[in-house]
Ligand binder design. Structure first.
Ligand code: SF4
Length: 331
């Protein structure tokens, strides 16, 4: 019998004070629910590792939020020591990951991360366009990201790059340019976050004064569908598209912008729509009845929310379209 390996994540939120910056879109306290790592971090991690469900064959300890490598070194070592001990005691813990900023990477920091067995470093690149970075008040350049990414790869860590769409000064062309630059850095994986306007951020003020026009969900879906296709074609894994909904929807933090709880599914639906559209164009279909066969699990994504894909295809090609499926076992 085939055994499916399941991987879990044990998240630890690090505080915002690790970051000296104030990117216009960030309200890190809200994203991480103003959480702090437990004082007895080692005890917490041991407890979490012991409690891992049977179905998980492996797990990572993941330091999220803030900018991990910006934490003062003794405290950073304290956190890493707890993670290292947990990994040594529990064989199912196979990795330690953390996220940080490109300008918080140095050879010394990478030495420290190696010492404690960190496996994955996630860098918040956000954009590879310096104008977008400046308007977003990121406080680093695209060259900083390139330098940090190369150092991380050279030292043998897994590299994950986080990017955003719909930032101030951003455009489809700049997002595609960012994707090209990211692909050239050969990360193991990416995360794509369309920009949401959060309550209390500078971006909210910029949107109120008209200095910034938030990206709509539809616009973000279109560009993210394109980006995900590009990354996949280049063999780069996509860990996530769209912000996690839990904290944001619970406390009503999202004021506007490209946030939707089913964002990832909407991107998948858009990609299937583009795929069918491409086939219709290639075959020169201009009228009549057309039956599109997709995987069984893709039927509702192919139809789209409120039959959006069907309506768009029928209008563009002046056809009647029906979505059908082939059972996986018959393929
Ligand atoms: S670097 Fe990260 S944590 Fe710091 S303000 Fe910007 S987005 Fe927030």
């Amino acid at each position: 019998m085939l055994t499916v390996e399941k991987h879990a994540t044990i998240p630890v939120f690090v505080p915002h004070y690790a970051c000296r910056h104030n990117c216009v879109f960030c309200d890190q306290k809200k994203i991480s629910g103003a959480q702090r790592p437990p004082e007895d971090l080692e005890g917490f991690l041991f407890f979490a590792a012991e409690g891992l469900a049977e179905k998980f064959t492996s797990a990572d300890i993941a330091f999220f939020g803030g900018s991990f490598t910006g934490i003062e070194e003794p405290l950073m070592r304290f956190y890493l020591e707890a993670a290292k001990k947990t990994r040594e005691k529990y064989p199912r813990i196979t990795g330690i990951r953390l996220s940080t900023r490109p300008d918080f990477i140095s050879e010394h920091i990478l030495d420290v991360l190696s010492e404690y067995g960190v496996t994955t470093v996630e860098l918040g690149a956000q954009s590879m366009d310096d104008g977008v970075l400046r308007l977003s008040e990121r406080g680093h350049t695209a060259a900083d990201t390139e330098k940090a990414a190369k150092m991380i790869k050279e030292r043998g860590f897994f590299l994950v790059l986080q990017t955003m769409t719909g930032l101030p000064g951003d455009s489809r062309e700049k997002d595609l340019y960012t994707a090209e630059k990211v692909i050239a850095l050969r990360p193991e994986a990416v995360r794509i976050y369309p920009c949401a306007v959060l309550k209390g951020t500078k971006l909210e003020e910029m949107a109120k004064t008209g200095e910034y026009a938030p990206q709509s969900v539809e616009e973000a879906v279109e560009i993210c569908a394109e980006l995900t296709e590009l990354y996949e074609k280049n063999g780069i894994k996509i860990l996530r598209v769209g912000l996690h909904s839990s904290d944001l929807t619970k406390n009503g933090s999202v004021v506007s912008g490209a946030f939707h709880p089913a964002f990832g599914e909407m991107c998948r639906s858009e990609r299937i729509y583009r795929n069918i559209r491409e086939k219709l164009r290639k075959n020169g279909v201009r009228s009549g009845f057309f039956c599109a066969a997709v995987k069984e699990r893709d039927v509702s994504a192919a139809i789209g929310q409120n039959r959006r894909n069907i309506l768009r295809l029928e209008e563009e090609f002046d056809i009647k379209i029906r979505i059908t499926y082939i059972k996986e076992s018959e393929r």
